[in-house]
Design a protein around this ligand. Structure first.
Ligand code: OSB
Ligand code: MG
Length: 373
C-alpha cells in the first residue's frame, strides 16, 4: 500500500451541551481528521481528537496540525507500506504526539480493511457483535441538573453512568446521586484534580459502591494512586497516566490501578491500544475504551476496537447524537435500550461518511502530496 496524498482537516463542532471537567468547560470541540488517499484511489479516515488547549494532556489542535504537516505525514507519504506495521519505521523516531500519530494510523487501518473488504474489527480480532457502552456526564451548575441528565440518559438506554468530579463537586454529589439511583452502575472521573492531602476524602467514596474511580491524581504520580488503592476497595482506574505498555507494567507492579482506560488516541493508535488491552487482560486487569468527544469517525474505530474480548467493561462510546448537533456520519451511531451499540459489519469503518456535512464543519484544510507523485 502507498499513501499518495492526504487531506488534513481542522473541524469545529458545537457541543449539544457544554462539557465541564475539572479543567474547565468547553462549548465547542475542535478535532483533526486525516483523509488518506491510497494509490488504488481508496480513501481512509482517521481522527486526532485533541482539544483546543493542552489541558487533557500536552497535545492540542494546532500542535497536532503542525506535527502532522511538518513531520508525520511527510514521513509516510509516497513510502511503500507493508501494511500498518510499517508506520513505526516511518515515524517511530518522532517523540510523543500520540494523537497525531493515531489519526494517520487509523486512516491506514481503514485503507487496509477496505482493501481486504473486511470491517476493522476483523483485522484486530474483535468478535463481539455488540458492545456495552456508557455515558460520561460533565460537571453541572447544580446537582438537580445532573440528576435530570442521568434520568434522561437512563431513559435513552444507558446503563452505566460516569460523572466528573473535582474538589467541591465530589462527595456530596456522589452521595446525592447514589441515594437517588441506588442500583445504577456509577463511576467518577477526576481528570487529575486531587492532591496527596485529599486521600481521606477520596477513600471515603468507597461507601457509594462506585464501579471505579478514574484518574484522581496527576498523570505522573503513580505512587499516589497506589497509596489510594491501598486505602480503598473501589478499583482505581488510570486514564491520563497510561501512554504505553511500559506504563501499564509500572502501574500493575505498583498496584496503582485495578482497571485501565484504553484510549487509542492517547496511546498512539489502535495497534498500541490493542497491545495494551491484551496485556491487561492477560494480567487480569479489566479494560474499557475511553473517549475524547470524538466525531463519528473516531467513535466508529473505537467501536470496532471495543469488540475485542479484552474489553470487559462498558466504554465511553456514546451515541453520536449525544455529542454534536451535526456529526460527520450519514447515519448516527445509536445506543439501544440495553445500552449497547451494534458493531458494524461493512468494510473499513462500516459507516458512511457524510462528506457535505464534514465539509461544512471544516474550518481549515490542507492537502499534502508525496513529493514524487
Ligand atoms: O477523561 O475520559 C476523560 C472527555 C474529554 C476529555 C477527557 C475525558 C472525557 C470524557 C468523555 O470523559 C468521553 C466521551 O464521551 O467521549
Ligand atoms: Mg478520564
Amino acid at each position: 500500500m502507498r499513501i499518495v496524498a492526504a487531506d488534513l482537516l481542522h473541524l469545529r463542532l458545537r457541543l449539544r451541551r457544554p462539557f465541564e471537567t475539572s479543567h474547565g468547560r468547553i462549548t465547542e470541540k475542535d478535532t483533526v481528521l486525516v483523509r488518506a488517499y491510497a494509490d488504488d484511489g481508496s480513501k481512509g479516515y482517521g481522527e486526532a481528537p485533541a482539544f483546543q488547549g493542552p489541558w487533557y494532556d500536552d497535545e492540542y489542535t494546532h500542535a497536532v496540525l503542525a506535527v502532522l504537516r511538518r513531520f508525520i505525514l511527510p514521513s509516510v507519504l509516497g513510502r511503500d507500506l507493508d501494511g500498518v506495521g510499517s508506520l513505526e519505521a516511518c515515524y517511530g523516531w518522532i517523540a510523543g504526539h500520540h494523537m497525531a500519530k493515531a489519526a494517520v494510523e487509523a486512516a491506514c487501518w481503514d485503507l487496509q480493511a477496505q482493501a481486504d473488504r473486511v470491517p476493522l474489527h476483523t483485522l484486530w480480532g474483535g468478535t463481539a457483535r455488540r458492545i456495552d457502552v456508557g455515558i460520561s456526564l460533565g460537571i453541572e451548575s447544580d446537582v438537580g441538573a445532573l440528576v435530570d441528565l442521568i434520568e434522561e440518559s437512563i431513559s435513552r438506554g444507558y446503563r452505566r453512568v460516569k460523572i466528573k468530579i473535582r474538589p467541591g463537586w465530589d462527595n456530596d454529589v456522589v452521595e446525592a446521586i447514589r441515594s437517588r439511583f441506588p442500583s445504577l452502575v456509577l463511576m467518577a472521573d477526576a481528570n487529575s484534580a486531587y492532591r496527596a492531602e485529599d486521600l481521606t476524602l477520596l477513600a471515603s467514596l468507597d461507601e457509594y459502591g462506585l464501579l471505579m474511580l478514574e484518574q484522581p491524581f496527576a498523570s505522573d504520580d503513580l505512587v499516589q494512586h497506589a497509596a489510594l488503592q491501598r486505602r480503598m476497595d473501589t478499583p482505581v482506574c488510570l486514564d491520563e497516566s497510561i501512554r504505553s505498555i511500559g506504563d501499564v507494567s509500572t502501574a500493575i507492579e505498583l498496584d496503582a490501578a485495578r482497571i485501565i482506560n484504553v484510549k487509542p488516541a492517547r496511546l498512539g493508535g489502535y495497534a498500541r491500544a490493542r497491545a495494551v488491552a491484551v496485556e491487561c487482560a492477560g494480567r487480569g486487569i479489566p479494560v474499557w475504551c475511553g473517549g475524547m468527544l470524538e466525531t463519528g469517525i473516531g467513535k466508529a474505530a473505537n467501536i470496532h476496537l471495543s469488540s475485542l474480548s479484552a474489553f470487559s467493561l462498558p466504554g465511553d462510546t456514546s451515541g453520536t447524537d449525544r455529542y454534536f448537533e451535526h456529526d460527520v456520519l450519514r447515519e448516527p451511531i445509536v445506543v439501544d435500550q440495553n445500552g449497547c451499540i451494534d458493531v458494524p459489519t461493512g468494510p473499513g469503518l462500516g459507516y458512511e461518511i457524510d462528506e457535505p456535512a464534514l465539509q461544512k464543519l471544516t474550518i481549515a484544510a490542507k492537502t499534502l502530496r508525496a513529493a514524487d507523485s
